[in-house]
Design a protein around this ligand. Sequence first.
Ligand SMILES: [Zn+2]
Length: 758
Amino acid sequence: MKRLFILLVFVALAANAAVQSPSQFLGMNVGADRTLADYRQIVSYFRALAAASPRVQVESLGRTTLGEDFVMAVISSEANMRNLARIRSIGQKLSDPRGLSDEQVEALVHEGKAVVLVTCNIHSSEIASSQMAMEWAFALATANDAETRRRLDNVVLLLVPSLNPDGQIMITDYYRKYLGTRYEGGRLPWLYHHYVGHDNNRDWYMLTQAETKAMNRAVYRRWYPQVWVDEHQMGTEGPRMFIPPFADPLDPTVNPLIWREVNLIGSNMALRLEQQNKAGLIYGYSFDAYWLGGTRNTGWWKNVTGLLLETASARIATPVNIEPSELRGGSKGLVEYKATINHPHPWAGGMWRMRDIMDYERTASDALLEIASNYREDLLRNISARAKAAITSGGSDAYRIPRNQRDWPTAQIMTSILLDHGVEVQQAGSGDYWISMAQPYSRFVTEMLEPQRYPEVRLQPGRDILRPYDVATWTLPLAMGVTVEHASLPGGLHKVTEIKPETKAVIARHANDRKPRVAIYNPWGGALDEGWTRWLLDTYGFGPKSLHPQDVKAGLQNFDVFILPDISKEEIATGRRRTEEGSMRYVDELPPEYRGALEKEGADVLRKFVEGGGTLLAFGEGCEYVIENFNVPVRNALARATDFSSPGSLARVAVNTDHPVTAGMPEETAIYIDHPIAFETTLPGGEMQRRVLMTYPDDARDILLSGWISGAERLTRKAAAVAVTYGKGRIVLFGFRPQHRGQTHATFPMIFDALYWH
Ligand SMILES: [Zn+2]
């Protein structure tokens, strides 16, 4: 026995001796100015750490969009690491306590470990956390002080060094390539996710992307963490770090215990940072407690406590020097840059480097482990209490998704998304799907299936309401064109474990047609709507080509259809894009090889293409480019409207189904409007034919279906989509995004039918 003990000690020491720091292992000074470890180096470090330390394992979550190994580290005490299956099982039981007595719950709370998830670097240019993750893991693997050991005994940490590995590699490659030039630390000329760029953090309810799907599975089907912290970076010239409490508004359907835990954890993070004299911490700022699309946010409706951290950025790994006069507020929660109760210790300006970001993030992350360790039993008991409250409030309510409906394959897709989220789905012999509300994620189900009414919160009497942070709706049945009914749950149902959707009707209808050759306009600097369009057409087998300005100028003879995504007319024409403040900026921060726009030459090519028989589709703002450059009998009625706003809502339109583009549509549908274009048409001359495809209702009160619109009367009787013939070709103008973030299946058929219109 004694000999065995000595042997074990020796093995442990030998193992620890082999654990190298990230800098030693990678042969670089991790966190230093102008130094970045790329994702493959990070994975190699985590794998080496796992091989050397009994406190660390690496799980592969699957492959990324571009085929990288998508990993998550599991870090805890040696004893917990030998007991992970049991720890996971307790977490799962507490997240769904149906069938457990209070005594059984209490016994599991006593035995269980807090499971906390920290995700880093979903936005690839917000890169510091991917570097910090290695240092943090190394410290946890090697520390032997009593406090770290206590934390690791109480907590299992799930650490994802990057939620978008492909983009982490794009950013580090590009950064290294332009190091030492005037483009060092500048913007990437393309999207940092193959399809969705920054919108990878808008996908957490729809689950369209490989990374979102894989992470979602690990969270809601395997690990059931109680807390999820997502580490981001924000602008350079404001506060140094946002740590919750969140700003208003909040969604009142979220269990308030979530906010109490968020505030407890956030306050401890701020306390530990302030003790180190770290300036510039702020809460109640910019980021609200309403919007559901981001990583941790989706968890709020699934009883998981989610926090967002946002640290001020450098220029990737290049330090910035901020003059005090350049520091500014201007966002909700900090109108002017000065000391306020939520921002009591403003940062004074000066040098700011990636190392600073990593240090702030590291302290906050350690404070998370500390509080999760201190409140281990509370976190476990609370998630169980929230689940129980959701089960009880769901009562005997249920939703029926009838087999007999217009678009069953899309109803199957919608139901499979809910299933992937961990929602319990049942099926009747008739084929109908049923969702009982007596389940832990019932609030999530309501949020996904019912219309949203954006809470109009005013901070002072008579003042304007707080505007939505992002979109204001996510009602899947409306966005997807699926029929869902309230009903009471019948007997004789069986549990569904997997759904394989049938082929969509619009795709099946064109199965024997020759596939159109499709090109999508892709501006330098990237455009989110280009990415989503490419994703949609790739997903449904069209294999589109993305064309940069010079590719368009070289001619479109090899294409049948050209798509202008939702990009401003100025950017399409000149390459200048609007900054957030509304001023125009040349894209001259990009190297010369990544510059250019359509200009006059590209516009001529485009007109010749359509006159010669091609089809041109334009989405959202892309329509304004067409209105300006083609002689079409259409104008944008909202062009100069200052009293209209729709940050992302579902609106009702009537559809004229007597046209090839609308052949697959019902007579009324919901469209997703997000800075829409509303058309007024006039009688065209000559041989041109124009058809209004979609029209907003006569009465403004009939327009909004879900979300928030200000100035809806601006839309009444205006057209939302128009088709015109042009020479031998065709133009279809969608005054909205018919493929909005891959969510709006209701209007996908119009895109596919427009591709085949000839
Ligand atoms: Zn971010």
